[in-house]
Design a protein around this ligand. Structure first.
Ligand code: SF4
Length: 184
């Protein structure tokens, strides 16, 4: 027989707790289309500011950048600061929230309702990832095989790493074009 409860303090019911725990993360997946646009715009802005980051020193700005990145991404995606972000390839659903930390798709234990086998209340991050990716322009990147997590990067800034790598690539491209121009 079900237990009769006369008073249940607000915000303590199991369903409320479960819903509120994942609601922002699920919202981000539902809004992956414009978050993808926002991410690319933001990444372009960070890249445009590369001369300034270089002047200040990437090492010196790392700590404040990590603090900002952690705060924003923890709120939006329940980010675990793995340091090698793949959100733009996983429908804005962070794979590090998978209890098995799977980075290349779901395990075989996804429940019929699309929830996780380890945490039955939690929607499987990979089911979410697939749904989010279907709304994104670059959503097919979900099919790319991701390398194993490099734990030495944990707690570092993905934003800075992606920016510095993109700047290097851009500079290399420019010098090739200059060399080709001289040779012509
Ligand atoms: S993939 Fe890594 S950096 Fe990106 S949201 Fe997840 S834990 Fe954070």
């Amino acid at each position: 027989m079900a237990k009769i409860v006369i008073y249940e303090p607000s915000g303590t019911s199991l369903t409320y707790r479960v819903r509120s725990r994942y609601s922002i993360r699920l919202w981000s997946v539902r809004n992956s289309k414009w978050l993808e646009w926002l991410y690319h715009t933001f990444a372009d802005a960070l890249l445009a500011l590369h001369p300034m980051w270089k002047l200040l020193g990437y090492q010196r700005i790392e700590s404040p950048m990590v603090a900002v990145e952690k705060r924003i991404k923890s709120f939006m995606f329940d980010c675990r600061m793995c340091g090698q972000c793949v959100l733009s390839s996983t429908g804005m659903s962070c794979p590090m929230n998978c209890p098995k930390n799977l980075r290349n798709g779901p395990c075989g234990g996804v429940r019929a309702n699309g929830h996780c086998e380890v945490e039955p209340d939690m929607p499987c991050v990979w089911v979410q990832a697939w749904q989010g990716s279907r709304q994104m322009k670059g959503g097919d990147a979900i099919l790319n095989v991701q390398p194993a997590v490099d734990h030495s990067l944990r707690g570092t800034s993905s934003w800075l790493r992606v920016t510095s790598e993109a700047a290097l690539e851009r500079d290399a491209q420019k010098s090739v074009e200059t060399d080709n121009g001289k040779a012509a």
